[in-house]
Design a protein around this ligand. Structure first.
Ligand SMILES: Cc1cc2nc3c(=O)[nH]c(=O)nc-3n(C[C@H](O)[C@H](O)[C@H](O)COP(=O)(O)O)c2cc1C
Length: 407
């Protein structure tokens, strides 16, 4: 069955009537288009990375070190992208990465994105820094495959409360982010002196938590200057547990039955440690180049981590995925599921639910086409289709034919 790419026929048909799509198909154009829909400081907060932006750029460049090698006339006519993990079935190995503060991009926060992934049969990892509360997102998108991402807070009682609320609201897993107990050095945010959290954004799940709200004064009007100051102080008090160890996973295990994944792994030894301490899944990620500038590109880390994990638990991947061909490379290098990050927020900012759908359908269509045109047929088969880029391969003696010019 061809599920996603035939949609492009409708685009070409509309073109005959003089209509062109509202949103670009090219992901680089998408980032630029989002600039027209977001204040400059918000766009920078989303788009830019840590330090000199070297890791942000390296995440993209790393894809150039690999190539897909298609096989022809294989007779393969259908692509099965179905993916099963943690007891749920996704129509494709693609989910939305946790991105906090979606309310900066859209008045309805994360809700439109959750509804779109539900309708497409995909999944979404909701950030604990969501603009709506985790309960509101679940209520707005009944039946959606939602996972909950936790930045371990300093207060253990708050962690327990948020995790148990997520479990009660029907979230399927807990994704513990381990690479951002504090924010990276981000020059663009400093130049704008812009910290959305200090302005009260990204607090939906915190403000719905009795444990978070307990010390907040009850007689101060919400939204007032005094309220915002109290909120910022409380948030600073709880955010970011700086002296955690992998034992934290064992602590979480005692308070939830949900699978626990660890997000932010780049070193194979950390993948080992996470699994030894009970992790049920690993997310290879460098937080989209927002944390440690000049850290390794996530795609460069993926093959070694996947080899070390060796199928013991699922491996997920993000940081730099923009297209279906990118997703094919990451899946071919050992990821079981790929997470789409910044592009879905751009889609949301530009055109709400339609924008998120547009972005996801473009990736899905190209992924489906790529799998088919490689002669692969299934996601698993992608593993035999990815090779180091031809011109990056070490030359063997006498191997000079690619330097020859036609005579
Ligand atoms: C604006 C923004 C907010 C983010 N918030 C979170 C978050 O709350 N929790 C988290 O684990 N990762 C967060 N991330 C990181 C993403 O989950 C993901 O790792 C990253 O976006 C991948 O890089 P890419 O978008 O360049 O592909 C955020 C990323 C961005 C751009």
């Amino acid at each position: 069955m061809h599920r996603w790419f035939p949609n492009r026929d409708a685009t070409f048909a509309a073109g005959l009537a003089g209509q062109v799509p509202r949103m670009p198909a090219n992901p680089e154009h998408l980032e630029q288009a989002a600039l027209e829909h977001l204040p400059a400081e918000v766009w920078s907060f989303i788009a830019r990375g840590a330090g000199s932006g070297r890791t942000l750029a390296a995440n993209r460049r790393a894809f150039n070190r690999w190539e897909l090698v298609p096989r022809m006339l294989t007779g393969i006519d259908t692509a099965d992208l179905t993916t099963k993990l943690f007891g749920t079935t996704l129509t494709a190995p693609l989910m939305l990465a946790p991105i906090g503060l979606a309310g900066l991009a859209h008045a309805r926060g994360e809700a439109p994105a959750a509804q779109v992934v539900r309708d497409l049969g995909l999944g979404m990892i909701l950030s604990n820094s969501s603009s709506l509360s985790l309960e509101e997102v679940a209520e707005e998108a009944p039946g959606a495959n939602l996972w909950f991402q936790l930045h371990p807070p300093k207060s253990e009682a708050l962690a327990v409360s948020m995790v148990q609320r997520a479990e009660k609201a029907g979230y399927q897993t807990i994704v513990v982010t381990i690479d951002s107990w504090t924010r990276g050095w981000r020059p663009a945010d400093l130049d704008y002196a812009y910290d959305p959290f200090l302005r009260g954004h990204g607090m939906g799940t915190f403000l719905a938590d009795p444990e978070f709200c307990r010390p907040l004064p009850s007689d101060v009007p919400h939204g007032s200057k005094e309220w915002n100051e109290n909120l910022a102080t409380r948030w600073r008090e709880v955010f970011g547990h700086s002296h955690l160890s992998f034992d934290y996973l064992a602590t979480l295990r005692t308070v939830t039955d949900l699978p626990i994944l660890v997000k932010g792994v780049l070193h194979p030894d950390d993948a080992d440690l996470a699994i030894e301490h009970g992790a049920d899944g690993i997310v290879v990620s460098n937080h989209g180049g927002r944390q440690v500038d000049r850290s390794r590109a996530a795609l460069d880390a993926l093959p070694d981590v996947a080899a070390r994990v060796a199928g013991r638990v699922p491996v997920l991947f993000d940081s730099g995925v923009r297209t279906g061909a990118d997703a094919s490379i990451a899946l071919g290098l050992g990821a079981d599921v790929v997470l789409l990050g910044r592009p879905w927020i751009y889609g949301l900012a530009i055109d709400g639910a339609n924008g998120v759908r547009h972005v996801l359908e473009a990736v899905l269509a190209e992924l489906e086409l790529t799998v088919l045109m490689l002669g692969a047929g299934t996601v698993g088969e992608l593993r035999r289709c990815v090779e180091p880029a031809y011109h990056a391969r070490p030359r063997e003696a006498g191997d000079t034919h690619h330097d020859r010019r036609p005579s």
